[in-house]
Design a protein. Structure first.
Length: 163
C-alpha cells in the first residue's frame, strides 16, 4: 500500500505544480514538484533495495529472536532439544524456518502430533515456510543414528544464528 500512496502523492504533486504554474506562472513549481516526486521514488526504491539485500544475503528477518523461539519449542513436553535452527526471509512477506528437533523414541503418528504443535506455534509468529527434521533423543544400541546423537543433555538447545 505504500507504493500506491507514493503514486498518489506524486500525482497530487504534478496536479498542484501544474495548477500553480498555469494560474500564477511561477516556474519553480515544476522543478520543486520534480524534486518532491524524485524523493518519493528514492525512498520507495531504498526500501525495496533494503528488503532485497536481506533476502539475497540470507539474513534473519527483523522481529524474530532465535533463542526465544527455541525456548518456546522446548516448552512442548515431547521435545527434548532443538539445534540447527535457522530463520530467513524468502520474500519480504514470507519467512522460512528450519530446525532439528530431538524427541523421545515414539511412533511416527505421535511425532506428527508434535510437528503440528510446532507448526501451529510458528504460524502464529508469522512464519509460513516450516521445515522440521525430527531425531530420536535416545539411540538404541547399534542403531542407525547412534553415532549422530551420542548424548543429549536434558532439554538441550543449541541454535545457530549465523545472520
Amino acid at each position: 500500500w505504500l507504493h500506491v500512496l507514493g503514486d498518489t502523492l506524486a500525482s497530487v504533486g504534478v496536479l498542484v505544480s501544474g495548477t500553480v504554474l498555469f494560474f500564477t506562472g511561477w516556474k519553480l513549481a515544476d522543478p520543486l514538484a520534480g524534486i518532491f516526486i524524485g524523493l518519493i521514488i528514492i525512498t520507495g526504491g531504498a526500501r525495496v533495495v533494503k528488503e532485497a539485500v536481506y533476502i539475497f544475503l540470507d539474513l534473519a528477518p527483523k522481529g524474530y529472536n532465535v533463542e526465544e523461539i527455541a525456548a518456546s519449542i522446548l516448552e512442548i513436553p515431547e521435545v527434548q532439544g532443538v539445534h540447527d535452527l535457522h530463520i530467513r526471509s524468502l520474500t519480504h512477506k514470507k519467512v522460512s524456518f528450519t530446525a532439528h528437533i530431538w524427541v523421545d523414541d515414539m511412533m511416527l503418528s505421535d511425532v506428527e502430533a508434535v510437528r503440528e504443535k510446532i507448526h501451529h506455534m510458528l504460524e502464529h509468529m508469522g512464519i509460513s515456510h516450516i521445515t522440521l527434521q525430527f531425531e530420536a533423543a535416545e539411540c538404541k544400541t547399534n542403531g542407525l543414528f547412534c553415532q549422530t546423537c551420542s548424548s543429549l543433555p536434558e532439554k538441550h538447545t543449541h541454535s545457530h544464528h549465523h545472520h
